[in-house]
Structures are given as C-alpha cells and as structure tokens.
Design a protein around this ligand. Structure first.
Ligand SMILES: [Zn+2]
Length: 220
C-alpha cells in the first residue's frame, strides 16, 4: 500500500512595493531607506526558508486615476471615492496621491540593494518573480491580488496556487495601504497569512493594524 507523502508546507515571501518613489521619491514613506537595508539583511540570512519570493510593484501609466494631477482642482491627499461601473452602490473611499511609480521612470524601479540579490531569477535557492499592479488607467490597486473594488485581479493568486503555497509572509511598503490590503486578500483567498511588522513602515504613524485573520509577527 502506498501512503501519500507527508505534505510539506510551502511558504511564500511577498515583498511589497520596495520602489524608489516610496523610498526616496514622490511618495516617500518615513523609514523606507532603513527598511531596504533590513529586508536585504533578512533575505541574505533567510531566503532559503521560502519556496517562492515575490516582489510586487506599482506599475502606473502617467494618466492613472489615483494621481491628483489627473483630476481638476484636486491636490494630493484629497479624498476620492472609487465607484464600481457595474454597481454604483459599490464604492471604496480613499485619497488621491502625488504622481508615483510611473512605468519607465526611475521611481518605478525596485531598489537596487534588493534586486542586486537576485541571480538568475533566484535569491539563494529560492525562485523570485515580480508581479505588477495598478496598470489599468481607471483602477486603483492597494492589494497585490486585486483592485480596491475587488473586480480586477493580478496573476498572483494563480501563481501561488500553482506553486502549492499555503503560507504567505508579507513585508514592504506601506504597511497601512498595500501591505495590509495584500494581507487581507491573502486571508480571504485561504492562505495562512503573516505580516512581518518589523519589516514594514507606515504612511500614517497613528494607524494600527486591526485585521482579523492576519497574524502579526513583531520580530520576524
Ligand atoms: Zn499607486
């Protein structure tokens, strides 16, 4: 009789939006430079603990809906409500941003201290991939799985399922926007989800994580 092999838990590390515009550019998050160093150190020691490492990036066209500059009489950080085209009662309230992470600009690039660790699409023994989001003019993305209205999706879910990933660990920028929303989606999709709090930084220093289902690890 053949017994099934004991199933090994497969882990993915998601490194969210470590791009120059969020670190030192137009939408700089406080502590971003220090965070690059910490994530790089972490990867050098721990990359082999993961079965897949995914770098995500904001990949916006210049006319992107989330830029205040693309709206008459709006300035960065003004409130803005995204409304579903299919159902006008389905909305997401957020704010507009300075132009950031425009494809083809230096601010769109992931920090070199992290990409320089990648050799032949691997860090150590672990395969790395890059997933872009926010490519569509009229959709805002915080989560790296789906847009804010949860109507448009990246290829990430399929990638994680193909790789048989069951645990997702998340770090990067910014904790209160793209990190937490990626974590929320990951929980909804059924992955056991951890946020590495010491490997994230917030835009709003008063914000606190209060998301059922997300396991917050303070020292990763
Ligand atoms: Zn963006």
């Amino acid at each position: 009789m053949n017994f099934p092999e004991k199933i090994k838990i497969k882990r993915c590390l998601l490194i969210i939006d470590m791009q120059y515009d969020f670190i030192s550019g137009s939408l700089k998050v406080s502590g971003g430079e220090e965070l690059v160093m910490k994530i790089a150190e972490y990867l050098k020691e721990n990359s082999d603990n993961f079965d897949l490492i995914v770098f995500t990036k904001d990949d916006h066209p210049r006319e992107h809906v989330s830029f205040a500059s693309n709206h008459k009489s709006k300035v960065p950080f003004d409130e803005y409500t995204y409304v579903s085209k299919n159902d006008s009662s389905h909305v997401f309230k957020s704010c507009l941003w300075p132009d950031h992470c425009v494809v083809g600009t230096p601010g769109n690039e992931i920090h070199n201290d992290l990409t320089s660790l990648i050799l032949n699409e691997h860090i150590g023994k672990t395969k790395t991939i890059v997933v872009g989001k926010g490519k569509n003019l009229n959709r805002e993305y915080y989560s790296c799985f789906n847009d804010v209205l949860e109507e448009d999706f990246t290829e990430l879910q399929e990638i994680l399922e193909t790789e048989l990933i069951s645990e997702v660990f998340i770090c990067g920028l910014a904790y209160d926007y793209c990190v937490i929303n990626s974590a929320k989606s990951s929980v909804q999709l059924g992955f056991t989800t951890f946020v590495a709090e010491n490997l994230t930084r917030k835009i709003d220093s008063s914000w606190e994580c209060n998301e059922p289902g997300v396991k917050v690890v303070t020292q990763f």
